[in-house]
Ligand binder design. Structure first.
Ligand SMILES: [Zn+2]
Length: 342
């Protein structure tokens, strides 16, 4: 029997889940758009394939799709068994991004996979294509916006986020300042979230300053590899609205940064500071390396589920906290929406 208050709660649930705000939350996967509310447990920073040979030599000739699929598929299936429904592939173009490979893996596994647009500046600009050196931020943004509008290289696959990277200097080089400015322009035209390989505090705040000058809210910015930053930096950036991406969880780092204990302690500190709602976690694991025999060593995508979650539970984290980290925050951080400074 349904009593009045149950009916009221059901009605409330129905109303809130059907409000226009929820309907607008969209995610763009390699197989097309989907409602962000369906993304489920999400790994926000992982890799399928990375090719380090450099922008001037990389290309699809460097790997055989069927061999990569054979190698990677079991790892994705293992993650799926642990509950992973959505997977952000963070390899940018000129570093091994392969939209059709990702699409095939998504079809084979049923996992939602997202790819990206943007250029990667770290590594002394080795992964920046020649044309970018002479282009303006507007010209770079035009290329990225075109991928969003028309798909990547005629594949029909649309990028679901912007992935860029800058060096670890407090003052950004002209090239890296150009990349973040281009990302700001692209965000304002597309609503794609800016995921930037950053590391320490200096370049994080240098990028946030450029975004703000461009009128882009810090809410649109994911401070990637924030594990190399400081706690004071996390508090300051998160209070501005930026996302803190602690994305190198690896149980083999036991006793040091990136290990299970390190994560538990840091997440507990962030929870105490009431900032858990701005934190993202992932492994930065994988990946098939085309320069190596059978892709080289491959790190699994499951340490969070095997080791971190049980440790967090032991330390007082509730199911609600875990859902926040693995479902709600990714949804809010990556739903496609233009976030300008009000
Ligand atoms: Zn990565």
């Amino acid at each position: 029997m349904l009593n009045n208050s149950t009916i009221f709660l059901l009605a409330l649930f129905f109303l809130t889940s059907c409000s226009p705000k929820f309907k607008k939350d969209t995610l763009i996967t390699v197989r097309g758009k989907m409602p962000a509310e369906k993304m489920g447990i999400s790994l926000i920073h992982e890799h399928i394939l990375v090719d380090f040979i450099g922008a001037d030599s990389t290309g699809y000739h460097r790997w055989e799709k069927s061999k990569v699929i054979e190698r990677v598929l079991p790892f994705l299936m293992e993650a799926k068994q642990k509950g992973v429904q959505t997977f952000f592939e963070c390899t940018p173009s000129y570093l091994g991004r392969d939209p059709l490979l990702l699409k095939e893996l998504s079809e084979k596994t049923g996992i939602n996979i997202l790819t990206n647009t943007g250029y990667y500046g770290a590594g002394d600009n080795k992964y920046i294509p020649k044309h970018a050196f002479d282009q303006t931020p507007e010209e770079l943004a035009k290329i990225w916006i075109d991928e969003f509008k028309n798909g990547i290289e005629g594949t029909g696959v649309i990028p679901g986020f912007i992935k860029i990277s800058v060096a670890r200097n407090d003052i950004l080089s002209p090239m890296h300042a150009k990349i973040i400015k281009a990302a700001a322009i692209t965000h304002k035209a597309t609503g794609l979230t800016i995921v930037s390989h950053t590391g320490n505090d200096g370049p994080a705040f240098a990028q946030l300053a450029i975004l703000k000058a461009e009128g882009v809210s810090p809410e649109a910015f994911v401070w990637t590899h924030a594990q190399d930053g400081t706690f004071e930096g996390y508090v300051r950036a998160a209070k501005q609205g930026a996302w803190i991406s602690l994305d190198n969880l690896n149980k083999n780092n036991s006793g040091k940064a990136g290990g299970i204990d390190w994560y538990v302690e840091l997440l507990a500190k962030l929870k105490k500071e009431n900032l858990l709602h701005k934190v993202l976690i992932s492994h930065d694991a994988g990946w098939y390396n085309p320069g190596q025999e059978n892709g080289g060593n491959f790190r699994a995508y499951t340490d969070i589920f095997r080791y971190l979650i049980p440790a967090l539970r032991k330390n007082g984290f509730s199911q609600k906290d875990l859902n926040l980290l693995l479902i709600k925050n990714p949804r809010k951080a990556y739903a496609v929406t233009i976030r300008k400074i009000k």
